[in-house]
Structures are given as C-alpha cells and as structure tokens.
Design a protein around this ligand. Structure first.
Ligand SMILES: NCc1[nH]cc(CCC(=O)O)c1CC(=O)O
Length: 320
C-alpha cells in the first residue's frame, strides 16, 4: 500500500474537473485514501474541428485511457454516457457512482418553457437524440449544432445565435448553472442518453481486484444496474453514443424498469418499448438481458433501420 495520493485523471473542462473532484472527495471520505487530480488535455478539448471529423466523443475518453494504460494515472472519471459500449482491453469500470439527475434541461431566452418557445425558434444542440425527440414534439423548431462546454453554449443565447440550448441537467448542476434552466424534460417527453447523469470510475483491470479494490467503496448497485440495462440497448442496436437512441432505467419496488426509444432524426418515425424485471441476486445479468431483449424487440419493429439511416445521413457534428 503506497502512501502517495492516488492520481485521478480528468479532462480539463469545468464539468469534468468538478465531477472528478466530487468522486475524489467520496473516495477519500469512504476509504481514507488521498486523491489528487491530474488534468489531461484531450484532442477533443483543444480543437474546434467538429466531432464527426474527430471520431465522436471517443476523443474525450481515449486520452484518459492512454494515461491509464501507460501508468500515468491510477484511475479516471468519465461521464458514463461518453464511454463506448464496447469493453476496453485491459481496463475495467471499477465503480459506477450514484447517479445524478439524468434528465435533459432546456435553457431558453426570457425564461421560457419548451412549449412557450415562439414558433420557429432556434435551439442549439448537436445531439441527434435530442433533436429527434424534440422535433417530434415541436416540428416547427429549428435545430443547429453547437460545440463547447456548458458556459460557451449558454453564451450563444445572450449573443443571439440561438433562442435556447439543451444540456444535461447533471452537467449544468456540476458547473453551477442550474439558474439558467427554464424547463426539464421528464421521460414522457424525452428519454435521456443511456448512462446520462452517471459517472464511471475506470482503472486497469489488473489493479481493480488488487491495490485499487477500494474503488468499489463508491460503486452504487442500483445505478450500475440502470446504466447496464440502458447501455445494453445501445450495444444490441450496434448504435454509437451519438445515435438517436434514448433509454432510461430506474430501480423501484423491487423491479428494474427500462424505457427505450429510437426516433428518426426529423422526429417523424419512432420505435418505443418498455419492460421491467424483478431485481434479484443476478442483477447485472438481468439488467444486461433486459436491455438486449428490449432492443431485439425494437429491431423487429425497424429500430435498426432508423439507426442505420441516421448514421448514413448524419452530416452535422454529433455528440450527445
Ligand atoms: N458529451 C458531452 C457530455 N457528456 C456528459 C454530459 C452530461 C453529464 C453526464 O451525463 O454525466 C455532457 C454534456 C451534456 O450532455 O449536456
């Protein structure tokens, strides 16, 4: 057992450093282990190129993973929704931290709620999932892709570039911008991205059962089951993190309930499903099976064609 503080790798953005510090404090409070943040600059953080040219949100994750594999850091904190569903060789998610509010939030000019946006309002988001579901609710709205951290995106409202932006409630909370929220979308209006609001603590698989076993102290079983079910939908659909796929699972009354939707980018077509299973000893397996079986049902109703069409037609930069 070393006495040096553990090195927690984090991207430099205000949201990433805030959420990483929260995890660092929880690890210290629960295990007594000192933790220091190591700021890692990812290619996605420094370039203005659109994400599609960069290869999607993997650019935010990959630099941290390189540091884990090289031994530069002991563990990393990622927004779980940015993690590819495919496992990373040599790495493991040692903990899924208790989930923050997973909903999407609207930040609009003049304090307006979504239904109060004037006809033809311009909404800033680069997420096909958000565009598809909001276009289904309000076909009159225009959507424009925007990049940058929450502060940059919110600034585009005051600059008159957009009338509103859509961001994750959890991200806004972590950077202290909840006062900008003018509406919040419950699952009946918009399903969040799989894993949205949850944080993943990743480390070398070889160390997770050894000197980093203490990371399990910040693992939250219910959140892990929820995001496992949600991400299994994405995996079975063979859809990337930026596909027009929403999924939300919640544990309650002894059951794991999963809702999922695949919505055409223009909001004109959708496949939606819901199913729940009892939560028992084999929760991880039950959660994964739940997601995969629901996705297979959706594929039978054409969900894979919507995903494939969206991937083929995606000309705008896409990140969720
Ligand atoms: N790809 C950007 C990203 N990755 C995770 C979050 C939100 C915070 C979270 O889900 O943990 C965001 C910003 C957003 O969607 O508004």
């Amino acid at each position: 057992m070393t006495d040096r503080p553990a090195k927690l790798g984090t991207r430099r953005s205000p949201m990433a450093t805030s959420q990483s510090q929260t995890v660092a404090d929880a690890v210290t409070a629960r295990t007594g282990t000192g933790v220091e943040l190591e700021l890692i600059t990812s290619y996605g953080d420094v370039t203005q190129a659109q994400l599609t040219q960069l290869g999607g949100t993997g650019v935010f994750v990959n630099r941290l993973r390189e540091e884990l594999l090289s031994g530069g850091i002991d563990f990393a904190v990622h927004s779980l929704k940015d993690l590819p569903t495919a496992p990373a060789e040599g790495l493991t998610v040692a903990a899924v931290v208790e989930r923050d509010d997973p909903r999407d939030a609207l930040c609009a000019r003049d304090g307006r709620a979504f239904e109060e946006l004037p006809p033809g309002s311009v909404v800033g988001t680069g997420s096909p999932r958000r565009v598809a579901q909001l276009a289904a609710l309000r076909p009159d709205l225009s959507f424009v892709p925007i990049r940058g951290n929450a502060g940059t995106r919110l600034g585009k409202i005051a600059q008159g570039e957009v009338d509103a932006v859509v961001l994750a409630y959890a991200g806004l909370a972590r950077v202290g911008r909840l006062d900008d929220v003018t509406d919040v979308f419950g699952p009946e209006r918009m399903l969040p991205a799989p894993g949205q609001g949850a944080l993943a603590v990743e480390c070398l698989a070889s160390r997770a059962g050894d000197d980093l076993a203490y990371l399990t102290a910040v693992d939250h079983a219910a959140t892990r089951a929820e995001v496992t079910a949600e991400r299994s939908v994405l995996a079975e659909l063979e859809a990337g993190c930026a596909a027009p796929v929403g999924a939300y699972a919640d544990v309650g009354d002894g059951r794991l309930r999963l809702r999922a939707a695949v919505v055409a980018p223009d909001g004109t077509g959708a496949v939606r499903r819901e199913r729940s299973v009892p939560v028992g000893a084999d929760t991880a397996e039950a959660a994964s099976s739940l997601g995969r079986e629901l996705a297979r049902e959706m594929i039978g109703d054409g969900a894979d064609r919507i995903v494939a069409d969206a991937a083929r037609d995606s000309t705008t930069p896409s990140e969720d």
